[in-house]
Design a protein. Structure first.
Length: 277
């Protein structure tokens, strides 16, 4: 039987796929049905919890009711409607400037991909946890794993917090995890062990929520990319309230800065040469 060889790149590759879309994740058949990862979304998945459908779409796997409740909670516990938080500020400023809600939330989600907080930090943290569990199973020490990570990234993502040393989200998250029987996974245990190791070595770096939430993601079997997709809407519940409140106030009144508060540090005032033309 002749097998079609797909070119690696260039025009030949584009030509090989032109005029057709192949997909294994789903398709809509207008007037008939819609398929979501091999299931009729109306007949088979219509009563699915939204989070359950969301992570099923990301992973192709089903999760237990306890796991779904945990995934909900990991979003809920960090949903702060505070316009001072970096990504919420974007939404609030959009409301104050009378931009649209969709642009406000889209921009706020985009800037959630920050390095100190947010998505980039979490991607690095979950990658470290997964690799460290594997390396230690193969005989590496925690000190070796930490040293490797610091050489690679210059820090241990998920530890330390600029505004406060403690993180108020840790205990309620762990309380729920204990109730659900999800508190003792290897990556969560590693997250707490690492905190104690850092403190014992003289580094005053306590675990922040980014470390804990990614440890749970790893224990639930999410890859770094799957966790990233899961986490994208994680701050959204706090964004709409600050947008709406700001939009209800007089336009342009959020975080105003008086001209007298602007400190110019450029070249001093000087005479411009006369135009000799």
């Amino acid at each position: 039987m002749n097998q079609r060889v797909t070119p690696n790149r260039g025009p030949a590759l584009l030509d090989s796929v032109a005029g057709r879309l192949t997909t294994a994740v789903g398709a809509a058949f207008p007037g008939e049905r819609a398929v979501f990862r091999g299931h009729d979304i109306h007949q088979e998945l219509g009563d699915m919890d939204w989070m359950e459908l969301y992570v099923f779409g990301i992973t192709g796997r089903r999760f237990s009711p306890e796991q779904i409740r945990m995934l909900h909670a990991l979003w809920t516990i960090t949903s702060y409607p505070d316009a001072r938080i970096w990504n919420n500020r974007v939404a609030a400023l959009a409301g104050s400037s009378r931009s649209t809600g969709a642009l406000a939330i889209g921009a706020s989600v985009a800037v959630s991909e920050a390095y100190i907080y947010g998505r980039q930090n979490e991607f690095q943290a979950i990658s470290f946890f997964i690799e460290t569990v594997k390396k230690r199973a193969a005989g590496a020490t925690l000190d070796q794993c930490i040293a490797d990570e610091i050489r690679l990234h210059g820090r241990i993502a998920g530890y330390g917090r600029p505004l406060a040393n403690a993180d108020e989200r840790i205990e309620p998250t762990m309380q729920l995890a204990r109730e659900l029987g999800l508190a003792d996974g290897p990556h969560v245990k590693l997250a707490f062990e690492l905190e104690q190791h850092l403190l014992a070595s003289g580094k005053n770096l306590r675990m922040n929520y980014g470390a804990l939430v990614t440890a749970f993601g790893a224990d639930l079997g999410l890859s770094p990319r799957e966790f990233y997709f899961y986490a994208i809407p994680g701050f959204v519940a706090g964004m709409q309230p600050v947008y709406a409140e700001s939009a209800d106030k007089p336009e342009g009144t959020l975080f105003p800065t008086a001209c007298t508060q602007i400190v110019y540090q450029g070249p001093a005032q000087r005479e411009w040469p006369a135009n000799k033309s």
